[in-house]
Ligand binder design. Structure first.
Ligand code: ADP
Length: 647
């Protein structure tokens, strides 16, 4: 397998290397269910091809019967298998017999071709569907780490390209395997049986063709791998540039980017040209080899017919059988050449299966306990008991220890990168804590089913993503059985009803990608309506009012106040005004809780919170130097981190 095809930072590489025989696994895991379909396909394919071989043979027989008085049907080699009684002796009868056989061969051949296509397509399409849905299912359950940008592209490519490539092999590839095998074996057997000596002459170039094809595959494969690698690089460059077109225009770097695209495009051209050069030499060379075989058969067979057996050959060769040889030899050579293509298809399918199973075998760290129970929320008390966690080796949050009583609101504030979102992701169990525990009404989040946990928690994040669909569908997402009345009530509570009514089709307006573009604040309120409708026991608001103007913020705040009234709520906010009424405010810095209390208490303390509040109130001149130094230090650290992430 070429290593170029798999990029170095491929997230599934480790799993993939452990997969020993992906095609065998594919057939065992998925092929088994469709054994009847593929068996029917294979049988029909064999019959169809055998019937395909019949017309040239009948032609030879008929020619002999017509031109050679002595060549009665029952004495001709290809017919000795049939009982004499079946074979006509008079010439007109023989003529009609031939027509009948030919008509039968075409009619049954067509029927078998149809059955064969049905069988192989049913086999391939069903497997493709099963593999795709299983892979998607598995992908959804992967940890959040997998959904960074690069890997989303990789997963899309597995779900579409790789799955399709499997289908191509399972249908076209396998179909060809049987077609070619029957042709090659069938024709060889027939030729050897009719006249083994001339058959040896006709088959003479076969080892040369086989060796030559093998050599061709060896040479062309790395070239194809290079083509795929360069096309991948070119696509990511194009994708990148289209995504960043605003930056390109603003920075006036069009010509610089054109040069970069020129470079990657030329690499692709170069790799492609290299492969093309090899490929276009192969077929003419093969034609020469095939031609040699054909001419040899023609010379030996022709002389044989005219003058009797030439040189070392013995026995007799009729004109009809000579024609059979000529017709078969031609049909025989091309299938040999096509084996190369099938091997290529097989290897690509094998690489694709390895990629698919690589993803499927990715262990999900958040495996549910076998005896996980449903989460039952009563008051909605939440306890973080000395929680420590890091995404990798490095600890991101440590000793997070607090309690929230049912119905209260807890706010998390602090500088960017302090670990606020991380603390809440642990509650949603996007990740598992390294040390300590998180309990909801006394139940550890690790002991309950993920479904019941996530059902109990509503989440309103900073980027409110809307799916392509109607406004109503977006609001009922997750609460699919809601009535229109409930949807309207939820939208009213979220201060969204009015603007939705004003959309072209009201609640039936298509939004999301390709739909009507809503503003950030409108999207946010649709998301809040979704949370209202879900009516969860706990609520997580992750900077729910970021990126909106002050007026919209006021509207959103009103809707949020209603939503959070009697619910245990966790809120992350940059704008401290939005959380100043929280029952408890935790101030995080460097992954630790540095202050805690109510708004008034924290202001009195005069610590980080009081300073942040001062900054937001515009009292920049009155900040102590120590606070400014710390802020500078922190931003420097953030930049450093971002740079090391880029490396
Ligand atoms: P906040 O919400 O306070 O801005 P976060 O919880 O988002 O902070 O991030 C805390 C730290 O964890 C940051 O240094 C950030 O780079 C890091 N971090 C966040 N998400 C991930 C992730 N998926 N993998 C690795 N590191 C992460």
């Amino acid at each position: 397998m070429s290593s170029v095809e798999w990029e170095e930072d491929d997230p599934f590489e480790e799993q993939r290397e452990k997969i020993e025989n992906p095609m065998k696994r594919l057939f065992l895991a998925y092929g088994r269910d469709y054994l009847p379909q593929v068996s029917v396909g294979i049988l029909a394919s064999v019959f169809a091809r055998l019937l395909d071989l019949l017309p040239p043979l009948m032609l030879g027989i008929a020619i002999d019967a017509i031109f050679r008085e002595e060549a009665a049907f029952d004495e001709q080699i290809p017919l000795v298998l049939l009982p004499d009684a079946w074979l006509p002796t008079a010439q007109t009868e023989q003529f009609w017999f031939t027509i009948a056989v030919l008509t039968g061969a075409f009619a049954f051949g067509a029927a078998f071709h149809w059955i064969r296509n049905w069988g192989f397509n049913a086999f391939a399409q069903n497997i493709q569907h099963d593999v795709r849905t299983d892979t998607y299912d598995k992908m959804q359950r992967l940890n959040m780490d997998f959904f960074s940008d690069k890997q989303t592209g990789e997963m899309m490519s597995i779900l579409s390209n790789d799955v399709n490539r499997l289908e191509r092999f399972l249908n076209d590839g396998m179909n060809s395997v049987f077609r070619l095998s029957v042709m090659v074996v069938g024709i060889s057997v027939l030729l050897l049986w009719i006249n083994w000596q001339l058959a040896l002459v006709a088959l003479l170039p076969v080892p040369a063709i086989a060796g030559f094809t093998y050599l061709f595959i060896k040479i062309i494969q790395p070239k194809y791998a290079e083509v795929r690698s360069t096309v991948g690089k070119m696509n990511s460059r194009l994708e990148n540039n289209l995504g960043g077109i605003q930056v390109i225009k603003a920075a006036n770097t069009e010509s610089y980017e054109s040069d970069r695209v020129d470079d990657v495009s030329f690499d692709y051209f170069d790799a492609n040209w290299d492969a093309i050069e090899t490929r276009i030499k192969f077929f003419p060379a093969l034609r020469v080899l095939a031609g040699i075989g054909f001419v040899l058969t023609f010379v030996v067979g022709g002389l044989w017919v005219f003058q009797g057996p030439p040189g070392p050959f013995t026995g007799e060769l009729s004109e009809g059988m000579f024609i059979v040889f000529i017709l078969y030899t031609q049909r025989f050579i091309w299938p040999m050449a096509q084996f190369g293509q099938i091997i290529n298809m097989y290897q690509r399918a094998r690489a694709s299966s390895a990629r698919i199973f690589g993803l499927m075998d990715e262990p999900s760290k958040l495996a549910e306990d076998r005896d996980a129970e449903e989460l039952v929320v009563g008051d909605g008390d939440v306890v973080y008991d000395d929680v420590t966690f890091g995404y990798d080796e490095e600890t991101i949050v440590s000793d997070i220890d607090f309690e929230v009583e049912g119905g209260e609101t807890l706010a998390l504030v602090g500088p960017t990168g302090a670990g606020k979102s991380t603390v809440l992701k642990l509650l949603l169990r996007m990740y598992d804590v390294d040390e300590g525990a998180i309990e909801i009404d006394g139940q550890d989040v690790r002991d309950v089913t993920l479904t019941s946990l996530r059902r109990s928690i509503g989440y309103v994040g900073q980027s409110s993503y809307l799916f392509y669909g109607t406004v109503r569908e977006n609001i009922t997402y997750g609460t699919f059985d809601a009535t229109d009345e409930e949807v309207r009530e939820a939208a009213k509570a979220a201060e969204a009803h009015e603007f939705i009514e004003n959309l072209p089709d009201g609640y039936d307006t298509m939004v999301g990608e390709r739909g009507v573009k809503l503003s950030g604040g409108q999207r946010q309120r649709v998301t809040i309506a979704r949370a209202v409708l879900k009516d969860p026991d706990l609520l997580v608001l992750d900077e729910a009012t970021s990126d909106v103007d002050t007026e919209t913020e006021m509207l959103i705040q009103r809707s949020l106040d209603r939503l959070t009234a009697d619910r245990t709520t966790f809120a992350i906010a940059h704008r401290l005004s939005t959380i100043k009424d929280a029952d408890t405010i935790l101030v995080l810095e460097g992954g630790e809780i540095v202050e805690r209390g109510t708004h008034d208490e924290l202001l009195d303390d005069g610590g980080l919170y009081a300073h942040l509040w001062g900054v937001q109130a515009g009292e920049i001149d009155e900040l102590p130097q120590e606070f400014i130094d710390r802020a500078q230090e922190r931003t420097a650290r953030l930049i450093e981190n971002a740079e090391s992430d880029d490396d």
